[in-house]
Every structure is written in structure tokens, then in C-alpha cells.
Design a protein around this ligand. Structure first.
Ligand SMILES: [Zn+2]
Length: 145
């Protein structure tokens, strides 16, 4: 792992868009795209996690936290992955509690796990992209999913 000098290769989602800046596959990345700057935050990790979720089945449902951690490993390397994965999972938990309402606050540390147990892949995609948009301060864009 030489993440100090090498920026991970751009990742493209199921809509042929960069998970960092939403540039189309056929266009170059935005200059401030994480894949250009090497500065990866929770939003890009959450979007990168989306296409890893199907590779992280749990006994029941999916291991979303595992997919987030795998995305962090791939994008920033082992040294920084844990902290960034924690921050990303927290952003998703905040988003889910916002969706589920005040009573979910009591189970804040379980919402990501429970979401993985009960949600379909399409719903997980909505939440990962929604959490990324919320973290970035953008309105959720349903067409992303
Ligand atoms: Zn990009």
C-alpha cells in the first residue's frame, strides 16, 4: 500500500458515473473530485460502498458496514481505512435515524446493521447515496439510485 503517493483509480457506478464527482464515464473528473485530489471523505466512501454491498452478504441480508470498510480499504489503504469507515458508517446512521424518526435515536448504533438485515439492495443504494448527499449538504437526488 503506497497511498501517500498513489491515488486510487477512479470508480464508476452502475450509471456510468464517477462515484467521486458524478462525471460521466466518458468525461474527465472534476478537478476537485477525490480521485483527483486524493482527499477521500465519507460521501465518496458511501457511494463506493454501494457497488460492494452485493459482495458482502450476511447470514440474513447484507453486511453494509463490511462493504463500507472494504471501500475505505480500497480507496485510502489500510492505515486510514478504519477511521474513515467509522466516520462513513456514522454518516449513514445519522441519515437512517433521520429517515426512521426520533424513536430510532435510541438504536443509533444498530441502525446500519438492522438496515442491512431488512433492506433490499435497491433500498440500500437509496440510503447510501442519500447519506452521501446529506453529508455533502446536497438534497438527495433520487435519480442517483
Ligand atoms: Zn471523479
Amino acid at each position: 500500500m503506497s497511498q501517500d503517493t498513489t491515488i486510487s483509480a477512479r470508480e464508476i457506478n452502475h450509471q456510468d458515473e464517477c462515484v467521486g464527482c458524478s462525471a460521466h464515464l466518458s468525461d474527465p473528473c472534476h478537478p476537485l473530485c477525490p480521485f483527483e485530489t486524493g482527499e477521500f471523505g465519507p460521501a465518496v466512501i458511501l457511494r463506493a460502498a454501494n457497488h460492494r454491498v452485493r459482495n458482502h452478504p450476511a447470514g440474513v441480508g447484507y453486511d453494509i458496514a463490511g462493504a463500507i470498510f472494504a471501500a475505505a480499504i480500497d480507496l485510502v489503504g489500510n492505515d486510514q481505512a478504519q477511521a474513515l469507515a467509522d466516520e462513513s458508517r456514522q454518516a449513514l446512521a445519522d441519515y437512517l435515524v433521520g429517515q426512521w424518526g426520533p424513536q430510532a435515536e435510541a438504536i443509533h448504533n444498530q441502525v446500519v446493521y438492522r438496515h442491512g438485515l431488512f433492506a433490499q439492495l435497491a433500498e440500500i443504494a437509496v440510503s447510501l447515496y442519500g447519506a452521501a448527499d446529506q453529508y455533502d449538504g446536497n438534497d438527495p437526488d433520487p435519480s442517483d439510485c
